[in-house]
Design a protein around this ligand. Sequence first.
Ligand SMILES: NC(=O)c1ccc[n+]([C@@H]2O[C@H](COP(=O)([O-])OP(=O)(O)OC[C@H]3O[C@@H](n4cnc5c(N)ncnc54)[C@H](OP(=O)(O)O)[C@@H]3O)[C@@H](O)[C@H]2O)c1
Length: 310
Amino acid sequence: MKVSVTTRSGRELINGGLVLDSSGTVADLQEAIHQRIKKYHPSRQRLTLPLQPGSKEKPVVLQSKKSLKEYTSGNSDALTVVFKDLGSQVSYRTLFFFEYLGPLILYPVFYYFPVYEYFGYKGERTIHPVQTYALYYWCFHYFKRIMETFFVHRFSHATSPLSNVFRNCAYYWTFGCYIAYYVNHPLYTPVSDLQMKIGFGFGLIMQVANLYCHIILRNLRSPSGNEGYQIPRGFLFNIVTCANYTTEIYQWLGFNIATQTVAGYIFLVVAFSIMTNWALAKHRRLRRLFDGKEGRPRYPRRWVILPPFL
Ligand SMILES: NC(=O)c1ccc[n+]([C@@H]2O[C@H](COP(=O)([O-])OP(=O)(O)OC[C@H]3O[C@@H](n4cnc5c(N)ncnc54)[C@H](OP(=O)(O)O)[C@@H]3O)[C@@H](O)[C@H]2O)c1
């Protein structure tokens, strides 16, 4: 089979095209492109079918496991694909690992080390019990996320752009330091014992519920992880589309009830707005995929992220 590979501007990426076995897959084509141009590792290649000039439709993205024949018209033995370089990539596990490693390491620095001396506080620092429990709670949370990244989540996308590592690390690491600075501050005023217990107790229940939500999501896919999206069912998923975000928000609320800092509540508001945007997109995707047409199930009525009665 003759495959022409063009750039989005219409220029030929590989002069004269490539010749592949007609039983070849898209992955074989990506490997052949990689052989010819070393810097284009398959993970950074996005291949699509060409669009008619002036068309406003989204192009068909070639799936690496599918046969090239599936993308040719009729009995044709020729195929034209459009190539896009996605830039340097990292695996999703690497991305999540570095995002979460920062807060896991940086928060204890504010608790254990005399950081505040550098900010002009020279006196004795009294550590309140709530600050110690906050440290355990925080570290448990980020340790859990790292464990989930490696042992629970089944990602459908293998890689993410390298630039996302810097963007996401900036977000998590900065907020981690900002909150740690205020919760461990020598002038920190603790909340009442009862408020602390309610906050951490509620937060811990929500962390366990969050893990349970992630296990439900995991079980929607087989170990290879690339079976697309299913309708999540069971537990809070019977009420909300993104129950994992609901429990994530509540667990941060629990932390904030117990520690009560402006920094913690600012993080909660920012995280809530980010997760709401993602949840809206996920909700729309599931409604589009499960539209009740042509034998497909209809997506049940659900709240997006927070049911008004919870
Ligand atoms: N504090 C914060 O600012 C913040 C922000 C975001 C997330 N988080 C936390 O990090 C966790 C992970 O975040 P995330 O955004 O990666 O969560 P997510 O997109 O909801 O998904 C978690 C895993 O489940 C899979 N999945 C989701 N819906 C699915 C469906 N309908 N069918 C099959 N598989 C499905 C995802 O697959 P794909 O690989 O296809 O996506 C992913 O592997 C969250 O649950 C939350 O606890 C915290």
